[in-house]
Design a protein around this ligand. Structure first.
Ligand code: PHE
Length: 468
């Protein structure tokens, strides 16, 4: 079951820092599907709709799209390029680049932070993904039919209050993730992703089709696309930027590790564009599937994190074929979360196998064990341990806050400076394959100035030094 290294004989090329026979994606499409699978997750279907709802719709969507275009895409290009150039797990890959550039060892921190961030995200990701796994059978057995808001709210509250149930679902998600990742890149990740991604797209199309039939589709469209800037606050700006990182899976090892398996002849620019477009289309489609149902049932779009676990089930309980569509929706969410969880585990596994020569089985058991304990901490922070806080934050809140507000943007900032200022110009030119033309200049300008400035402004705001 351990990784097969045979298919990578052609991997070594003059430009990268590869060990001669490291495994690679079998095709360019396999990489694209895997990266889209990583990007499309709870962030698109759970978080994007509810933060859009909270921040008033259209104007927020526009700012989010601008962040994806101006910051997300250039950073993703850099991250894939760093991964492919390093041809290792994030820690050793970045360390190799630091050595190649003769840069200060401080910069190795980029790889270590990426590993840490992905591991920490996965600790709570399995728990929230577990909610989706728990809700699919609830919908299938008609639990929402004819129920009002109070009863459905109590159902969600009841689930969060039950540590045993939450632990079981978290264990199911973690177990599935480990079972796929242990089988290796081509035998595990690629196979599972090839199966899951088409399923996800079909389910999403069915949901959007259904929303079109509610008679409130136009209302959903106008909520998502009619920009009313009077509703935009400074915070909304920051939320949009943070979400651009989260939704594209940036600065947490996933994209860098997937990039480290990318064959040399694949164009990073074009591929990145495709991944970002698909991720954005799925987020918008999720909005188009969800908001018409919300409006058709006279519900509020600004319900917060409960939007798809409370508001949406109320809608499912009232509409024709609601149980069937509810089941499809939570299945869709579960699949999307699983393909992201896989990408969050792989960086740690590649680090353990490459750095400590562990087998994949041992690495999965070790990482899985620690993640299970972390998941247990997250589960208890929702109920029995809700009072155990540090700086007023529960363990769950702390993991979310440290990763989304600090590790990811800081990782993005360091990657931008490292690839824009520290590495020799030719390294990124080689990897991006754009020569020194207009597109390269645009990318380079963004990396050197736009991205660092935008992220620094976010930090100054978070620290209360600037206000807007
Ligand atoms: N992009 C995933 C989502 O939107 C989350 C994720 C973050 C996955 C970081 C991998 C790395 O749900």
């Amino acid at each position: 079951m351990s990784q097969s290294y045979t298919s990578a004989a052609s991997a070594a090329s003059g430009s990268s820092l590869s060990s001669p026979a490291r495994v690679q994606w079998s095709t360019r499409m396999a990489f694209i599907l895997a990266a889209v699978g990583s990007a499309v997750g709870l962030g698109n279907i759970w978080k994007f709709p509810y933060i859009t709802g909270e921040h008033g719709g259209g104007a927020f969507v526009l700012v989010y799209l601008a962040c994806i275009l101006a910051i997300g895409i250039p950073v993703m290009m850099a991250e894939i390029a760093l991964g492919r150039r390093g041809r290792h797990n994030p820690a050793q890959g970045i360390a190799a680049l630091v050595r190649e550039a003769g840069a200060h060892p401080f910069w190795k921190i980029i790889g270590i932070m990426a590993l840490l961030s992905g591991f920490m995200i996965l600790m709570f990701y399995t728990v929230v993904a577990g909610w989706a796994f728990a809700y699919a059978p609830k919908a299938a057995t008609g639990s929402f039919v004819g129920e009002g808001g109070d009863a459905i709210g109590a159902m969600f509250g009841g689930m969060l209050a039950d540590p045993v149930g939450l632990t079981i679902w978290m264990t199911v998600v973690l177990g599935l993730t480990m079972a796929i990742v242990v089988r290796g890149l081509q035998g595990g990740l690629e196979k599972a992703i090839n199966l899951l991604m088409p399923g996800l797209l079909v389910l999403l199309l069915v949901m959007v089709g259904y929303a079109m039939g509610t008679g409130h589709f136009a209302e959903g469209v106008s909520f998502l696309f009619k920009a009313d800037f009077s509703k935009m606050t400074g915070t909304a700006f920051l939320v949009a930027l943070g979400h651009a990182f989260f939704t594209l899976s940036l600065a947490s090892g996933a994209i860098m590790t997937y990039g480290s398996y990318l064959p040399d002849n694949v164009s990073i620019g074009k591929t990145t564009l495709l991944i970002a477009i698909m991720d954005t289309v799925v987020a918008l489609a999720a909005g188009l599937a969800i908001f018409p149902l919300v409006f058709a049932n006279g519900l509020e779009p600004g319900a917060g994190p409960g939007l798809i676990f409370v508001t949406l089930p109320i809608a499912f309980g009232q509409m024709p074929f609601g149980s069937a569509f509810g089941t499809l929706f939570f299945l869709l969410l579960a699949i999307a979360a699983l393909t992201s969880a896989i990408s969050l585990l792989e960086p740690t596994i590649s680090w353990l196998t490459e750095k400590f020569q562990m087998t994949r089985i041992k690495a999965c058991l070790l990482a899985g064990g620690l993640l299970w304990l972390g998941g247990l901490g997250v589960v208890t922070s929702l109920n029995v341990g809700a009072e155990w806080t540090l700086f007023g934050k529960t363990f769950f809140d702390m993991l979310d806050y440290l990763t989304s507000s600090w590790l990811m943007p800081l990782g993005g900032l360091l990657m931008a400076i490292f690839s824009g200022w520290i590495l020799k110009k030719t390294v990124m030119q080689d990897e991006l394959g754009m020569g020194s033309g207009m597109l390269y200049q645009l990318w380079s300008f963004t990396m050197r100035y736009v991205t660092p400035l935008a992220i620094i402004i976010v930090f100054l705001h978070a620290l209360g030094i600037v206000n807007f």
